[in-house]
Design a binder for this molecule. Structure first.
Ligand SMILES: Cc1cc2nc3c(=O)[nH]c(=O)nc-3n(C[C@H](O)[C@H](O)[C@H](O)COP(=O)(O)OP(=O)(O)OC[C@H]3O[C@@H](n4cnc5c(N)ncnc54)[C@H](O)[C@@H]3O)c2cc1C
Length: 433
């Protein structure tokens, strides 16, 4: 039997889901491919790492999402290792290849360590649910260790060093400090909680470089007031997991190193470059795309989200954030629908809706269109509302509201379970390449 026109979407992240949603009821077969059987809401990973939320509050089963599309999308659980552009096939590490008529690549990004010695081997990343659970288990276990052997305090067992003062580093630093101060201080009443340090290291001259200098300074001041040690204009030179060496020669004894300082496009970008040539990638390794988000000379292949080197009208690369991926997904779905009717494609235009980062209770910064800047409680409420709206699944929203309300009222964190049996980065390097 002849098969229908098939659109394969690789990646069930923000971009891939937007494509599938926007293709519901289109006269095509859609196959959504992901290496995990769930979608991860990455903006709240830091809350899983700091025991505020549990893993399944911020993840949603991919098959559940596909079945809600009235059976219009199929799912393939599998790790894509290559794209055969000439043969129009997606190749997996296991099982048969999948043929496509049109392909959307939305495989996102992975952590970039820039070759800094020891970071890949010893630091925790914060890009996946596994990363977040491993970090949570490790931090909680450090407290358990110190509670039976107080001498470990001298070697920095309760010190967390975070490399990278972007939104993820800032949110994680604020969340950890709150966890130590409000929750673990009660769980471990005999420990001197003031010895638990969070050090946030940022090589540039301010935190949150994409925000206005005023909001950056608000974030720095708020973190400092809450006890986070913010180190600016100094980078991480290397680590062996026990000491972090800074570029100014300082050495910080530590029990936990976290790396939030960079991302690079998924390795699938390199698969395309192997077939299309090195100039198929931008300087940062993203896939060069046409204005309509298709791959040059391959109008049947689109690339979106963190993997795409899409630019604004001034030629600047678009930021690797969720709204870019979602808007690009909706745009590409529209292009696919149009192509079925023989219509030409159109250029993608990103509408910037602003940026936000939270620091903790009653503290967040938000930079919105029209020059609107929010901080403190208004910024925090805006952050809470937006993240609830963006979460996938009604049940997840309810869970998150309940957990947030509980934490707000009781200063308790419901999810401080040690569930990862192997929490040492030495045993399980969390950061690829
Ligand atoms: C900790 C953290 C916090 C963030 N906070 C914010 C925020 O507050 N606001 C914001 O706008 N953005 C935030 N971002 C960025 C935002 O999450 C990304 O820009 C967005 O997820 C990109 O969407 P995407 O669809 O391109 O990729 P992703 O959402 O990363 O999805 C990629 C999908 O592809 C799958 N995949 C990857 N490789 C393969 C393969 N080879 N085979 C099969 N499947 C594969 C993955 O499993 C994943 O499901 C944050 C990111 C992180 C890591």
């Amino acid at each position: 039997m002849e098969r229908r026109h098939r659109v394969v979407v690789v990646g069930a992240g923000f971009g891939g889901l937007a494509v599938v949603r926007s293709l519901a009821d289109a006269p095509v077969d859609v196959v959504l491919v992901d290496g995990n059987n769930f979608h991860t809401f990455q903006p709240l990973l830091y809350q899983v790492a700091t025991a505020g939320l549990d893993a399944d509050d911020i993840a949603y089963p991919v098959r559940g999402i596909a079945s809600k599309r009235g059976g219009s999308a199929d799912v393939r659980l599998g790790h894509v290792v290559d794209i055969d552009l000439e043969g129009r096939r997606v190749v997996f590490d296991e099982g048969p290849a999948l043929e496509y008529d049109q392909l959307v690549l939305a495989a996102g990004a992975v952590t970039a360590t820039y070759g800094i010695p020891g970071v890949e081997e010893h630091a925790f990343g914060l890009k996946t649910l596994t990363d977040a659970l491993a970090l949570r288990a490790h931090v909680l276990r450090q407290f358990e260790r110190v509670s039976v052997d107080g001498s470990q305090l001298e070697t920095g067992a309760l010190t967390v060093v975070i490399g990278g003062g972007g939104p993820t580093g800032v949110e994680l630093a604020g969340g950890l400090m709150e966890l130590f101060d409000k929750v673990l201080s009660k769980d471990f009443p005999t420990l001197d909680i003031r010895r638990a340090r969070v050090v946030l290291v940022e090589p540039s001259d301010r935190l949150l470089g994409a925000f206005s200098p005023r909001l950056s300074e608000t974030a720095r001041r708020t973190l400092a007031t809450r006890g986070v040690e913010v180190v600016l204009r100094v980078g991480v030179a290397g680590t062996d997991g026990k000491v972090v060496e800074l570029t100014d020669g300082r050495r910080i004894p530590t029990g936990t190193v976290v790396w939030t300082a960079g991302v690079r496009a998924s390795p699938l970008a390199a698969c395309l470059a192997a077939q299309l040539g090195a100039d198929a990638l931008t300087q940062g390794g993203r896939v060069v795309v046409e204005a309509d988000l298709s791959v040059p000379s391959h109008p049947e292949v689109f690339v979106i989200g963190d993997l795409a080197g899409a630019t604004d009208p001034h030629g600047q690369l678009l930021p690797q954030v969720a709204p870019v991926a979602m808007q690009a997904g909706a745009h590409v779905a529209q292009m696919i629908r149009g192509s079925l009717e023989g219509r030409p494609t159109a250029a993608f235009r990103y509408r910037d809706k602003g940026s936000m980062a939270t620091i903790g209770r009653h503290a967040a910064v938000a930079q919105l269109p029209g020059g609107i800047r929010l901080s403190g409680t208004p910024g925090w409420l805006a952050w809470l509302g937006l993240h609830l709206l963006m979460l996938v699944g009604f049940r997840n929203r309810v869970n998150v509201v309940v957990n947030w309300a509980w934490s707000y009222l009781t200063y308790d964190r419901a999810s401080r379970l040690i569930v990862d049996p192997a929490d040492k980065p030495d045993e399980h390097p969390h950061i690829p390449g």
